[in-house]
Design a protein around this ligand. Sequence first.
Ligand code: PMV
Length: 309
Amino acid sequence: MKAIAEAPSKAIITGEHFVVHGAWALAAALPLRVRVEVSQAPSLAIRSDRFEGRDSPELRPVSRVVEGMARQFSVTPSVRVSISSEIPEGAGLGSSAATMVAVASAFSRLHSLGLKVDELVRCSMVGERFIHGRPSGIDPTVCAYGGVVLFKRGSKPRRLSMDGTRSLIITYSGEKRSTKGQIGRVSVMRERFPGLFAMLAGAVSELGFTAAEKLRQGDMEGLGRVLAINQAALETIGVSNEAINGIVDLLGSLGCYGAKLTGAGGGGSVVAVAPKAKEKSIVSGLSARGFETFKVKVPTEGVRSWLER
Ligand code: PMV
């Protein structure tokens, strides 16, 4: 018997970094997925289509999640975990969070723990903390819940109700970066300019609610303006870079309503919105310049798991 779980990737629409320090942020699950299989084994063994061995730095957080859950629920950690992923890694699209959530969900299913979504998030945070040090929890929350989520540290996540789907354009800069390093840069900036940081965090919280409303109404032009304002705040705190700014400008020149970095920045990916009629030509324009870029529809479902013989 094996348990299988699939979890979506994510894009932060507004509020990354500020969310670590208590601001509201808006994030959407994206349809690129990670698939995890968990079955009984003589000892804990982890395989991935990208990394080898449970002691490889990328897979150590997975061991932490399994061992943490085994301890907490008094079940055996001796399982074989197999991971296969469509999510580019280090791209700000939640590859690690989706993996932790899927591992927690499959492990819970195999041992019939019956954990609810918020409990899966809590279990997967053990791995996220191991990677980032001080994660806000937004990534595993949106990967677990799915849909579009307004998130604030310590508050119950608010899932947005939407009729119909909306399109986002995601472009990967090709530059991997360390989320932990980026969070550290922001903390230094916050210590140097506490008043400015607090003011920006307040404004970015407001942007989250405005973005949620624009997205719900399907007002993509309005949402584009919100993205552009949020990008300016992210530049101010020093987490954008030349590659990201170049992509944001390019998206603007191709006719997008607005664009911003998504995730930790310093590389990673850009999220943008555009008039329907231009989406196709924007995606092909960016592909022609060598960027991995795709249009995605939101909302999409969160983690799900099942048993197979
Ligand atoms: O996991 P990433 O690289 O997409 O970034 C997560 C977003 C941050 O706000 C930078 C960190 C966090 O834990 O909220």
